[in-house]
Write a protein that binds this ligand. Structure first.
Ligand code: FNR
Length: 369
């Protein structure tokens, strides 16, 4: 269908389900075990309601904000997803870079360790100086490979490191496990010889990640780079406090889009529990809290921002937009979200991100789940 006829992110998902190869659809859409957490991630948004304020002059609303010391024109970002060439074989992650930088809204892009294009290719594809690119880092069993990827990210001018810590092993994503992974689609930073032998893309990639990683080593990694370090995949307030203790710059509350431990809680609920604790301990200025998982609507983003998230990540929606329409699809997805967010902020009676707070929400549904 014509891109102009698409109304929302679900339209991309439907089209992707119709046109993607079996392997791409299985890898992109799958989640672990019964996929309960996958569904819960979005369902949690249905338990929070707004308390709109009326008679506010909302002719102009400003959805720009700051993340990790940089101005951004939208409060959301493209989260890291591996193997974008499965869905967009010619351009892969390069079209995410283009879509994030070519339109009126410049959207940050988190680049996976297992991107199908090299870091350099993706950075060079970015059309705007204003757009932010970050590296998502998996710590490899080969530490020298991790170190050189970190150096490469610094040299190429990426602006932050998102260290993913929720994947000591891959969750059992059964749709994906049924299909053998073909080495022609290997990730850039995963050695093809090893990538040939295994079951499913997820299991293959996870075999490169070191399951021995601990807090001590993350604290040490923080001293090895001047870039902000954010821990991605934290799932309870206790671990957010540990992250604050070791002095990282932020956390992403995430369960990897329901692809790791099934029956993990929805990130939105964990955020709702976490922010009051950070405020009580005066840590909310020390640590930027991000979240991803199940975000599909402007109102989803708005709820997370009201609770105190600095930025909100989306994974699959951008994979689908990129697979179906390349860079134009990515730009369109960003515009859809920005428009939905602007409209719902006006209806909520808030003119800027700064004006958002938990007093604009009814969260009784979370407490009574
Ligand atoms: C991911 N995710 C992910 N995370 C990460 O840190 N490194 C990675 O390489 C990948 N790869 C990846 C592949 C695919 C196909 C998916 C769907 C997800 C997780 C991703 O960054 C994010 O946490 C979730 O996708 C968020 O959930 P939604 O938006 O997909 O519901």
């Amino acid at each position: 269908p014509d891109l102009d006829s698409l109304m929302n992110l679900y339209d991309f998902e439907y089209i992707a389900s119709q046109i993607l190869s079996n392997q791409a659809w299985a890898y992109y859409s799958s989640a672990s075990d019964d996929e309960f957490t996958y569904r819960e991630n979005h369902a949690a948004y249905h338990r929070i309601f707004f308390k709109p304020r009326v008679l506010v002059n909302v002719k102009d609303v400003d959805i720009s904000t700051e993340m990790l010391g940089f101005k951004v024109s939208v409060p959301f970002y493209v989260s890291a997803t591996a193997l974008m060439k499965l869905g967009n074989p010619a351009e892969g992650e390069k079209d995410i870079a283009r879509g994030c930088g070519q339109g009126k809204h410049k959207c940050p892009q988190m680049i996976s360790t297992f991107a199908s294009c090299s870091l350099k290719e993706i950075v060079e594809a970015a059309p705007s100086k204003e757009q932010l690119q970050w590296l998502q880092l998996y710590v490899s069993t080969d530490r020298s490979a991790t170190e050189s990827l970190l150096r490469e990210a610094e040299d190429l001018g990426l602006k932050a490191i998102f260290l993913t810590v929720d994947t000591p092993v891959s969750g059992r994503r059964e749709k994906d496990m049924k299909l053998k992974f073909s080495s022609s689609n290997a990730a850039h930073n995963a050695e093809p010889a090893k990538a040939r032998s295994s079951r499913g893309a997820s299991q293959t990639l996870a075999s490169f990640i070191d399951p021995t990683l601990t807090w001590e080593e993350v604290a040490e990694l923080k001293t090895k780079t001047n870039l902000p370090v954010v821990i991605k995949g934290v799932q309870c307030v206790e671990d957010v406090l540990k992250a604050a203790e070791i002095g990282v710059d932020g956390v992403v509350i995430s369960n990897h889009g329901g692809r790791q431990l099934d029956f993990s809680r929805a990130p939105l609920e964990v955020l709702e529990e976490t922010m009051p604790v950070l405020r009580r301990n005066n840590l909310d200025d020390k640590l930027e809290v991000f979240l991803d998982g199940g975000v599909r609507r402007g109102t989803d983003i708005l709820k997370a921002l009201c609770l105190g998230a600095k930025g909100v990540g989306l994974g699959r929606p951008f994979l689908y937009a990129n697979s179906c329409y390349g860079k134009e699809g990515v730009e369109k997805a960003i515009d859809m979200l920005a428009e939905e967010l602007q409209c719902s902020m006006k209806l909520l009676g808030a003119k800027s991100i700064k004006e958002l707070g938990p007093e604009l929400l009814d969260t009784t549904g979370v407490k009574n789940r």
